[in-house]
Design a binder for this molecule. Structure first.
Ligand code: ATR
Length: 522
């Protein structure tokens, strides 16, 4: 839904603006702190006359939370109205049947409670937006989340959070907040003010904000950085048609940024590992995780916000391939992309999962001519078989469901055994690609400990816990072991190399992830 703020200097101009909006937009916000001689009853009925479907929001913003440039001469500029008068106005909006009233969190608990009980007494259908604005900066995402929770606590129907963007990366915090609210099952209106915040204004709607604010051409901006309705619609059109040519202000020269796209992403250690690495590499960029509902919008965001790189995880590794301009041959062969590189709007996809596994194996053994039993027949098993074949090793597929195992084995022209028959085979290395043994099922193993004596080396792709039951059993049988942690770090280092062209600080990344896992396990 696109909303136009009605922030004209006079009642008459406000009426005209409402008329002009009605056929184009979904909602208007009456800025009663700005419309000098605004008659609320008349403005609301003008809105209803102009369009029966257009929602009407009534607000009376505090000076401290508004960046509205003063208009008109000193004489006709509106003076800030008292708190009591504001409350009266909001009550009046309830009585007049506005669709929403917007009250600031700063109005205080008592005032918000008062409005709540007034609405109840009136049996009103008017819903309450509790809003928060910072007109000078964007605080950390953690702080924004706190503010969000404080707004939710008031009983708000809808939360609105609008900080001021000083730099491009501030937009990411606000988009992160939208993701957070969505994860909590809450609707939110969020974007950044300011020139640097234009990106978030364009992105907020496709990212999941309940409302996007724009202005009509020639209309009065109520906050800097607002886009015209047509610019916002054009941007949305471009998102849909997936074109690469974007308006120049979507390509800021600022710091490179990196994201993880997945669903869920909460447990991921990628942000911790990559941010530590970026810091050590002295790269002025940040890596953020986004729990993505709409992959198309997220991919448009990568292009639109000129995000340098993305990691892609479950469940998007295959689907993401539809949004790329080119895909590396290994990723095509694997049918999965876990890394996206954005070269000035051109998106290329790679797969570093198999590279991570190969690197971890190569640290322990040579691959050519050796046999590898791979347990599982999903994407990870496919990556393992692909890498081993490429390095002239000999994979053997073992799987619980024979049809799936056989199909994978046929694809790589290698033998297949049902999981129940694993005791019948021997190889140089055993690789578990199933999720058996992953936290919280830490006491489970995909195979009986006795069969592990058949393998000098045992690998588990699971990294949480860092030493699975399979690896503990293997160690007890005297096998060399490779943890999923190694592979996780190597695949991350390969991503950083693709994004930055530089070698990543492997040891630091390993240490960082290991320490976090130890903390989680203790
Ligand atoms: P990924 O893409 O990460 O490899 P996946 O496609 O879900 O994940 O594949 C998981 C593999 O683990 C599957 O081959 C699955 O076996 P089935 O083909 O029989 O479903 C295997 N797997 C999962 N849970 C298992 C279990 N409890 N015992 C044995 N194999 C299991």
């Amino acid at each position: 839904m696109i909303c136009i703020p009605i922030a004209e200097a006079t009642h008459q101009e406000a009426l005209q603006a409402i008329e002009r909006c009605a056929q184009t937009v979904d909602a208007v916000e009456l800025r009663m702190d700005v419309i000098a001689d605004g008659d609320l009853a008349e403005l609301i009925s003008a809105g209803r006359r102009a369009s029966s479907r257009m929602k009407i929001i009534v607000t009376c913003r505090r000076k401290e939370e508004s960046l509205m440039a003063p208009t008109g001469n000193q004489a006709n500029r509106k003076k800030e109205i008292s708190k009591a008068a504001k409350m009266k106005l909001l009550r009046q909006a309830v009585v007049l049947g506005a669709d929403f009233i917007d009250i600031e969190l700063a109005a205080g608990e008592k005032a918000i409670r008062e409005i709540q009980s007034f609405r109840r007494k009136q049996k009103s259908l008017t819903r309450m937006i509790v809003s928060w604005h910072d007109i000078s900066k964007t605080p950390s995402l953690a702080k924004l989340k706190e503010v969000f929770q404080a707004c939710v606590k008031t009983g708000a129907d809808l939360v609105k959070i609008v900080p001021y963007a000083r730099k491009t990366s501030d937009n990411l915090k606000v988009l992160g907040l939208i993701t957070y609210a969505k994860e909590q099952g809450r609707d939110i209106i969020a974007m950044c003010m300011g020139e640097e915040g234009k990106i978030s204004r364009a992105m907020a709607l496709p990212w999941g904000s309940a409302l996007g604010f724009a202005v009509l051409p020639g209309g009065k901006k109520s906050a800097p950085g607002q886009l015209t309705v047509s610019a916002m619609m054009e941007f949305r059109r471009q998102l849909r048609s997936n074109q690469h040519s974007v308006q120049p202000w979507f390509l800021p020269p600022g710091a490179p940024n990196f994201v993880l796209l997945g669903n869920p992403v909460r447990q991921s250690l990628s942000p911790l590992m990559h941010n530590k690495a970026l810091e050590a590499m002295q790269i002025d960029g940040h890596y953020s995780a986004f729990c993505v509902g709409d992959l198309a919008a997220a991919m448009a965001g990568i292009r639109g916000m000129n995000i340098r790189g993305a990691s892609v995880t479950i469940p998007f590794k295959k689907a993401v391939m539809d949004y790329l301009d080119e895909i590396d041959a290994d990723a095509v062969a694997l049918g999965a992309v876990n890394t996206v590189v954005n070269d000035r709007g051109r998106l290329a996809g790679y797969n570093t999962d198999w590279l991570g596994l190969m690197q971890a194996l190569k640290n322990k053994m040579s691959i050519a001519g050796k046999t590898f039993v791979i347990i599982g027949a999903g994407g990870t098993a496919r990556a393992a078989a692909y890498g081993i074949k490429k390095e002239s090793g000999r994979p053997i597929i073992v799987n619980r469901t024979p049809e799936k195992g056989r199909a994978l084995a046929a694809r790589f022209h290698c033998p297949f055994y049902p999981l129940a028959d694993i005791g019948k085979i021997k190889a140089h290395c055993l690789i578990n690609t199933t999720s058996v043994g992953m936290y919280p099922q830490i006491h489970r193993s995909p195979v009986a400990a006795e069969i592990l004596a058949n393998y000098p080396i045992v690998v588990d792709v699971i990294y949480n816990p860092s030493k699975t039951k399979l690896l503990r059993d293997a160690e007890a049988k005297g096998c060399k072991i490779v943890s999923g942690l190694e592979m996780f770090v190597y695949q991350g280092a390969a991503q950083l190399k693709l994004w930055t062209g530089r070698e990543a600080p492997l040891q630091l990344m390993k240490k960082t992830v290991r320490e976090r896992l130890e903390k989680l396990e203790s």
